[in-house]
Structure formats: C-alpha cells, structure tokens
Design a protein around this ligand. Structure first.
Ligand SMILES: Cc1ncc(COP(=O)(O)O)c(C=O)c1O
Length: 461
C-alpha cells in the first residue's frame, strides 16, 4: 500500500492545560486537585450550570417563535448590543454617539481571532504583518498563537510581572510602551490578568493610557472575566471604560464562557448508548446540531439540562464616528464569512435574554447597592433600579422581600467563592507558619494566582 499523504505531518505537542485536565481525569489519587484549567468549580469540585442559564434554556426550548434559521453574519443584534453595553456601561459616550459596533464570536478566542485578522488586513496599512503586537509577560498562552496565526510576524512581550515584588512591574511596562514603535498593538487584560491575577490600579491604568495616547498605541482589551473577577461588572470594566472616556479607538474581546458558565457545546458525545433513548438512534450521538433531527435533540438535551452551541463571545469596536465603525463592520463581515460563516444562536440567545430582562439580569447579577451590598434599613427604590421586577417595593432595604436567587446574583456567587478560596488558602498557609509572606494571594484577583512557589519547593503530603 502506498504511504499516507500525511506521513510528513509532525505530531504537535498537546495543549498543556487540556493535557493536564486529561491527566487529572486519569489519576486515581483521591486527594488530587486540578489547578490547571480556568473553569469554575463548586464546593463539590463540580462544574456549575448557572440557575439563570438553566431557566433561560427552558424558556428558549419552549419558545415556539424561535427557529434555527441563519443569524445575520455579525450575530444576533440584541446579543451584540447588550454585550457591548455591559462592557462599555449604560452611560457610555461611545454608545450615545453611535460609534460602536460588535461582532458575535465563538467565545472570547473567536473575538480575539477576528479582531487580529482585521488588524492584519486593515490596520496601519494593508496587510501590514510587520506591525508589532505586544503581549504581557507572562500572558494567557493562546494570545501569541492567535496573533501568529492571523499573520503577524513581530510578536513582542512587554514587562508585566515583577517576580521579586510579586506584583505589577509598572515601570517596566511603561518603559516598553515608551519604546514601542507608534501604532503598535497592545493586548491588555481588562481584569483578572491571566495568569498572574495582578491588575493595574485605576491610577496605574491612567498612567498606561496617557503613554499609549501620546505614543499612538492601539489598545486591544481582552475581557474574559467581567463580573466574575470582583463580582462587579463596573469595577471589572473600569479600564475599558476609562480608555473610551479618553477618546481611544479600541477593540474589546469579550468572553461569556466564565461569567455565564458557557464553556462548551453538546455533552452527549461520551454517554453510553444505553441511556440514549432508542428512538434517537445515532442522531444525537455526537454534536447534535451537526446531524438530522436537531430540533428534537435540542429539546431532549435541554430537558436534561444540557444544550448545544453555547460558546459565545463578542468583539466590541469603538471608533471615532459611526461612519468609520460601519466600514470596519463591513470588513468584519467578510472575515466572519470565511471563518465560521454564520454564528450559532444558543449561547447568544441565553446571554441576550438574560441581559435584556430586568428580572433575569437581577438573577444573574444583582446591582451593587441594591441588595447584598445594601445596609439594613437603607432606603432603596427597587422599582427605580429594576423596572418591572418589583414595581411596588420601595423603602427599607428589601433583602428579606426578595427571592433567594435575587439576593445574590449567580455571578456574585462565583466571584465570592473564588475570593473565599483565596482567603482560605492564605490563612491556611499562614497558620501552618509557611515561610514567606502570602498577602499577594488575596491581593491578586480572579481564578489565577502566581503563588511565588517554584520548582525549588517540594510539596509534602
Ligand atoms: C485571558 C483570556 N482570554 C481569553 C480566553 C478565552 O475565552 P473563551 O473560552 O471564551 O474563548 C481566556 C480563557 O481562559 C482567557 O483566560
């Protein structure tokens, strides 16, 4: 038999973080802990389907007005508008001036990839693969590959982590920006920097913005953890909104993987055939949507609390005026057309439905100062803050009046647990008298931590 035409294909190394997850699954040690992938886990170490997401999935499954027609190439309009609104804020001058646009994407990665492709084609000249792209050192490992695959040839790092100080190397970062060629692209983590958990303070962001403006550097924000980091959408989007208020044209890639717990697609693949209803045959075996009868599959999966096609992200474009943004979007449409052609609807519908309904929004995220953070006895106008949710409730802080799900939004539940894990880890290390200082564990934010431990340390069980 003739040799395979693929004989010369070299085996690529596995993606480290997913390899770790596979190794973790296979490890039989009951004491194992997975410190790899950035995905939320409950106290039981299990993934969490957000209650509000479950509810919206049921609403979608029962809504006979919905179908599986193609969406517009740039995505579901109500999803795009709401996604950009939470990134930029209700009072954003850019939204009011009609100079923003959005592209629905496959997760935050899709938003980064589409944005990178656009920049290579149309930014700083045509197809200018020599424009330097600066990525923090260290950074999420995929940033580099996404920009390399988009064709950029000059990927550089900028100083970020000061190992000795276990904090931000602000001076190194600013120096790199001062030295960067004009029009260089800088990838900035909007919040909960991956992997250090260290963010600039508002004052430091102001210094960063001042240099970037003076040096004509392009900010490309990556916002993968809005609301999930601090529990506050506003706090976690502070940097993006500040840059917009300073008049920057910018991109912001948003992921809804973490803050909605929408990491993946259909889960039916690995289930034993014995639990697949006979009449479904093989139609639901695999990614349901790719095979016939997908309406039935969707309903069946939804009844089991599962869904198809949920991964969703958004690329927000902020320009100088509506005309510029519309031309940019027309080119984005061309890029999407040859990339995934048309986006899936399920995740976008879940996010859009949640963000546009005051009641569902309150279940996902409780407005700061409304409940949870309100002091007992404090006057709060629920009707003013939540519209139709509770039209007659005004007066004393209404903690007790609200259903339990609304006292703490789902996002806050996740953010609080992550914060609690941080403080418990720190206090455990301190109570054990572990040499060194551990305050950085609670000063950092989000799912990731640079603990300061290295290969020199041996872990004793
Ligand atoms: C900084 C950062 N950007 C982007 C992403 C990708 O998000 P998504 O899974 O939505 O593609 C992640 C995911 O871990 C991340 O940490």
């Amino acid at each position: 038999m003739a040799a395979s035409i693929f004989t010369a294909v070299p085996r690529a190394p596995p993606v480290a973080v997913f390899k770790l997850t596979a190794d973790f699954r296979e490890d039989g040690d009951a004491r194992k802990v997975n410190l790899g992938v950035g995905a939320y886990r409950t106290d039981e170490g299990q993934p969490w389907v957000l209650p509000v997401v479950k509810k919206v999935e049921q609403m979608i499954a029962n809504d006979n007005s919905l179908n599986h027609e193609y969406l517009p190439i740039l995505g579901l309009p109500e999803f795009r508008a709401n996604a950009s609104r939470i990134a930029l804020g209700d009072d954003s001058p850019a939204i009011k001036e009609n100079r923003i646009g959005s592209v629905q994407s496959l997760g935050g990665t899709g938003a980064l990839r589409i944005g990178a492709e656009f920049l290579r084609r149309w930014y700083n000249g045509n197809n200018n693969t020599a424009t330097p792209v600066y990525i923090s050192a260290p950074s999420w490992e995929n940033h580099n590959s996404v920009f390399v695959d988009a064709g950029f040839k000059d990927i550089r790092t900028y100083h970020y982590w000061d190992a000795a100080k276990r904090g931000l190397d602000l001076q190194g970062l600013l120096d790199d920006m001062e030295k960067a060629p004009e029009f260089s692209i800088f990838i900035l983590h909007a919040c909960a920097h991956n992997p250090t958990g260290t963010d600039p303070t508002p004052d430091q962001w102001k210094q960063i913005a001042a240099v970037m403006k003076r040096r004509f550097l392009f900010p490309f924000f990556d916002s993968a953890y809005q609301g999930f980091a601090s529990g506050s959408l506003d706090k976690d989007a502070w940097a993006v909104r500040y840059f917009v208020s300073e008049g920057f044209e910018l991109f912001c890639a948003q992921s809804f993987s973490k803050n909605f717990g929408l990491y993946s697609e259909c889960l039916a693949v690995s289930w034993p055939s014995s639990i697949i209803p006979r009449q479904m045959g093989l139609a639901c075996w695999g990614v349901g949507r790719a095979l016939p009868c997908h309406d039935v599959c969707d309903q069946w999966l939804t009844s089991l609390g599962l869904s198809t096609d949920e991964r969703v992200g958004n690329l927000t474009v902020v320009g100088k005026d509506a005309d510029n943004v519309q031309r940019v979007l027309s080119q984005m449409e061309k890029i999407v057309r040859t990339t995934w052609s048309n986006p899936p609807s399920q995740g976008a519908r879940i996010v859009a439905t949640t963000l546009s309904s005051p009641q569902l929004f309150a279940e996902w995220y409780v407005l700061p100062g409304l409940v949870g953070e309100g002091k007992p006895g404090e006057a709060v106008s629920l009707s003013a803050r939540l519209g139709q949710m509770a039209p007659n409730q005004t007066g004393a802080c209404p903690h007790a009046l609200l259903p339990a799900c609304c006292r703490k939004g789902n996002v806050k539940t996740m953010a609080d647990r992550v914060l609690l894990m941080r403080s418990e880890l720190r206090s455990r290390l301190e109570s054990l008298g572990t040499p060194g200082t551990w305050n950085h564990i609670t000063e950092q934010i989000g799912m990731f931590s640079f603990t300061g431990l290295n290969r020199k340390y041996k872990v004793a069980w």
